[in-house]
Design a protein around this ligand. Structure first.
Ligand code: GLU
Ligand code: MG
Length: 634
């Protein structure tokens, strides 16, 4: 989850005092990087995935699964056995927000060879086995987007009491500070977000109203001083801590582009794909022990780190703050970066005018300048005393400070100073899947899509306001089958300069109009249409990928693996296979202890997670969720 500095973190008042200093030097650091590497060309396509894991303990006697707060210990063991003794170790492990979380990536990035697609699942399997091998007998690890009973009494091992009234980081009624990673970055972020905002964060998720769910659904909060009761909405599951969001897991992919302009092109194109793939990957229907009416974590995390003051949120006139800010720091992107995207930049972009001017004066073009000037409307959230005065030529911590706490659907990443790393983009909306097979499928799908975007010079751009509307739809229950999404009708007619000399349409399917205005470049489509195509409406991404694959030289084994992955995506989109969200909902609905009251008891949670564990370890199949793939991890 970003930059880790060692040392003594400053409190909010001190951090605030240095905010302009951080921004000023952050911009200088960005300019130094930019000027050194703006002309870099011909970096090769490299990419990597990031998987976030939860550590769980199984209490057979009490039929309970808890989150184990041993992330730091486990992480240290994994690093000592891995990267610390072998620079070529195949896995890398990093901390994550929860003290029950760890994050794993491949040891080296993947490259441009098609056969690399055949190694992703093996590497994820290695990671899973490696982590499992250092756990205790009653412990396991899972790739679960949202732990169903996160924030319920006794959800951690050891059990810890939340501390709403004492001096804590979260002051949550539900989420104890012990569940926050012990590295000071994480509690500092938590505390400073709360201080900056001026109150606890507020997360309200609509509850799924089942037959016996109380209506209206209203909770009482023992220990509350009144703040929570005021913040909680009726018929919603109320949560009050950063951990309810950043304590969730996801699946991310980062690509190195061959040049800055290719990175900007990919950033824009993939931004339109974010809501689609998020709905396709939906895996988080339960919050704080209740069945919710949403399927994805996105809005929960967004609210969990929303550090905007009342003025910035538009609830009070601006007096002490500079800007009215429309979104949380964790949200969808606000502007396209490529020249092709300019005309689709139709949402209001709050930017720091001074910084914008400074960047323009330094020769940065308008689109890139406004992107950076927009990220830099934010204050730093954590600052370490030892890291205030930096060498702007050779360090980039101040730039990274702001950049890495803008958690958007896409991230545009300049190279670190003095490295041979190129310009990169990160794809961030996906929910993590239960098995390595599924996670590999989503990763390979996205990476293949980037190849196809680049080879066929595709253009998915639609007005950004429409992408934002798609983001809202994508999180709703069963959006994958019921949601309608704005999508571009003719993706072979782009206007990007990079697109000049575009290849011919791979399959001659002509697009006709879907009943909407024929003047619009986009129309509403289902995920099935977008992914699998529909005659007369849209070619479908999978048919395009298949066409690309048919023209590529790929060894038989790799081709077979890729086709298996694409089949999963295809069937999830058509509804032939369930999303994790839907599958979990059905499991709970059918559980003998479930009382149709939207409550997930410890026992339901236990049975669900034990089943998940068996499926993830390959001890049990799950045809309704993943079909019948031939496992690559024999
Ligand atoms: N866990 C966060 C999520 O689910 C992402 C944290 C990160 O940026 O690594 O989106
Ligand atoms: Mg992470």
């Amino acid at each position: 989850m970003g930059l880790l500095s060692q040392g003594s973190p400053l409190g909010w008042e001190d951090t605030k005092r240095y905010a302009d200093h951080v921004r000023k030097h952050g911009i200088v650091q960005f300019l130094n990087i930019y000027n050194k590497v703006k002309e870099r060309q011909k970096d090769v396509l490299k990419w990597g995935d990031e998987v976030e894991y939860m550590l769980m303990a199984v209490d057979e006697e009490n039929e309970k699964v808890q989150l184990v707060l041993r992330g730091s210990e486990v992480l240290q063991t994994l690093q000592e056995k891995g990267e610390k003794i072998n620079p070529n170790h195949p896995t890398l492990w990093r901390p994550e927000y929860g003290s029950y979380m760890i994050e794993g990536t491949p040891g080296q990035p993947y490259g441009g060879n098609m056969s690399d697609f055949n190694t992703v699942e093996d590497n994820m399997g290695k990671r899973r086995r490696e982590a499992l091998s250092v756990l205790k007998e009653n412990e396991t690890l899972g790739t679960i987007t949202s732990f169903p009973r996160l924030g319920c009494p006794g959800f951690t091992l050891p059990e810890c009491e939340p501390t709403p009234v004492e001096r804590g980081a979260s002051k949550s009624l539900f989420f104890p500070d012990e569940a926050i990673n012990r590295h000071p970055r994480f509690s500092t972020l938590t505390r400073n977000i709360r201080h900056r905002r001026g109150e606890k964060v507020v997360i309200n998720v609509p509850i799924f109203k089942d037959q016996s769910t109380p209506s209206p659904f209203v909770e009482t909060f023992p220990g509350d001083d009144g703040e929570s009761v005021r913040a909680a909405l009726p018929d919603h599951i109320y949560m009050d801590a950063m951990g309810f969001g950043m304590g969730n897991c996801c699946l991310q992919v980062t690509f190195q582009a061959c040049s800055i302009s290719e990175a900007r092109y990919l950033y824009d194109q993939l931004a339109t794909i974010c809501p689609i793939v998020m709905a396709l990957s939906a895996a988080s229907p339960f919050y704080r022990g209740y069945v919710s009416d949403i399927d994805c974590r996105w809005g929960v995390i967004s609210a969990s780190v929303d550090d905007r003051t009342r003025e910035e949120r538009g609830l009070e006139p601006l007096k002490n703050n500079k800007f009215r800010i429309h979104k949380s720091r964790y949200d969808s992107i606000d502007s396209y970066l490529s020249s092709c995207g300019e005309k689709y930049n139709d949402i209001e972009l709050t930017k720091d005018e001074e910084i914008n001017k400074q960047l323009l004066d330094a020769g940065i073009d308008k689109l890139l300048a406004q992107h950076i000037a927009h990220l830099f409307i934010r204050d730093p959230l954590s600052l370490f005393m030892e890291k205030i005065n930096l060498d702007d030529e050779n360090e980039s911590d101040h730039f990274e400070n702001i950049q890495s706490t803008n958690w958007q659907t896409m991230r545009f990443k300049p190279p670190p100073p003095n490295s041979d790393i190129g310009w990169r983009v990160e794809f961030r909306p996906m929910e993590v899947q239960l098995t390595d097979f599924e996670n590999s499928a989503y990763v390979v799908f996205i990476v293949l899509l980037t190849r196809v975007i680049l080879s066929y010079k595709l253009d998915f751009l639609i007005p950004l306001s429409k992408v934002d509307e798609n983001m809202k739809v994508a999180q709703k229950r069963n959006a994958v089958l019921e949601g309608m999404f704005y999508f571009r009708k003719d993706i072979f007619k782009g206007s990007n300069p990079v697109i000049d000399g575009a290849s011919a349409t791979p399959n001659g399917l002509e697009n006709s109009d879907n009943g909407g205005s024929s003047l619009e470049e986009y129309t509403l489509m289902s995920i099935d249409t977008i992914i699998n195509g529909k005659e007369g409406v849209f070619q479908g991404l999978i048919p395009i990928l298949n066409c690309y694959l048919a023209n590529m030289e790929v060894d038989v084994d790799t081709r077979c693996t890729i086709l298996n992955y694409l089949k999963l995506i295809k069937k999830r989109a058509s509804g032939e296979l369930m999303t994790m969200a839907k599958w979990m909902r059905e499991f709970v609905a059918k559980h003998p202890q479930y009382k149709q009251d939207s409550v997930i008891t410890d026992k339901i949670n236990y049975d669900l997670l034990l089943k998940c564990n068996r499926i993830a370890k390959g001890e049990e199949g799950c045809p309704e969720l993943i079909g019948d793939p031939v496992s690559r991890n024999k």
